[in-house]
Design a protein around this ligand. Sequence first.
Ligand SMILES: [Zn+2]
Length: 464
Amino acid sequence: MKYNIEKINEIGKLLAEIVEEALAGEKKEEIRIADIEMEVRESLREVGRRTLQCYLENADREAEVTIACRCGGKMEYQRQRAATIWSVFGKMSYERAYYAGCGCGKGCASIDEQYGIEPGKVTAGLAQLLALSGIDKSFEEGQEWLKAFLLFEISENTIRAETQCLGELQRKAEEEWIQEMHNETALQKREQLVVQQVPDRLYGSMDAAKVRIEPRAKQGKKVEMQEDWRDMKIVCWYEGEFVPSNQRSVRQKKKAQREGTVFRAKNKHYSCDITEAEQFGKLLWASGCAVYADRVPELVFVCDGATWIWKLVSHYYPNAIQIVDWYHAEERLEQIAEEAFSDLEERQPWLEQITEALWHGNIEVVMEACQSLSQKSSVAKQALTYFSNNMERMRYAQFRASGYLIGSGVIESGCKQIVSRRLKLPGAQWNLDGAILTAKARCVWLSGHWQDLVSKRSLLPLAI
Ligand SMILES: [Zn+2]
């Protein structure tokens, strides 16, 4: 944006005078830069409100006598009518031409329609800041936090509403996307598109994390005070990237010693929902299409051993390479060792030997070891089923030779970021929709698509 520098300079000079007047009562030697800054911020906020008001009123100066109504009829000019909105500068009022008198009984202000203003509500610019706080902090904490930035107070409920409004927009977008990606004609059309940004290799990981949903009192029924824990299912799509040795963390250096190389994930895209596996599969498919999982030359799923996950992968992406997360598999061996050997001197060599076999993908050796312990260890007995069900997903030597990531750390950190760090904050209380919508909005932020979502918010059709 280009500004008229001379006019801006004039405003600066005027503001300096205003600030000086405001600080006139203070002892000069006690005034600090922070005091001046705060005075400037406060007065800029006033200027901002006044500017918005002037702009809107100027834009509305030449009122029409009649305008078209949405129903097809006509509305007539009634009078100048005041409206109030909350903008990033705070609460502000303005006067604008108001129209009514159509047979349908509706009334409107054309300036509000033109600029997408909903009287009594917040502007899109403020809404996105509120939502940004809402996906990161409890709504209660957000209120205090935002006040420090905005210099005025916004209610907890407004922050919640705007956060979940963005979540709702994302849910609608996903629903549309799901419909489109399950429509044969749309899919065929998509086939013909020439796409350049398909990576050579794409990864997918899924997992679930528990969220506590508040019990709800149904009308006329006794309140069930039982806690309701629901699974938030999450999928992450990402690409792998080699980490150069000078950029490795201590943990990554340790990893490199054993594994030779270290990869990290980039271009992460998250989607989530609290729903049954079957419905989640539709989101898996649609969100995958958005990153060309259906077209990528090599698709690799790295997940833990949950049955619902592999069922969905096999159904939607039958050609994908399936890998059980190395760390989950390794952990199984540790659990067995702990239960089967009380003697540390026996335990450690066994664990090292079997972990080595697992590392080389010799699952037959791992299974034999579990078999021989299954009499005295129930964990070993269960693990036997686990290893035999997932045998082909644990050929780690082969996977490493192909340069695949074998750990699902991405989705585990995703669960933490989406669920633990927001939905499980102290004092958090969620109804089902609130949890889903807040998490969906958070996923959009973590996937780097926040601005796309925000621009949809500013295009919301107005409820007249
Ligand atoms: Zn009408």
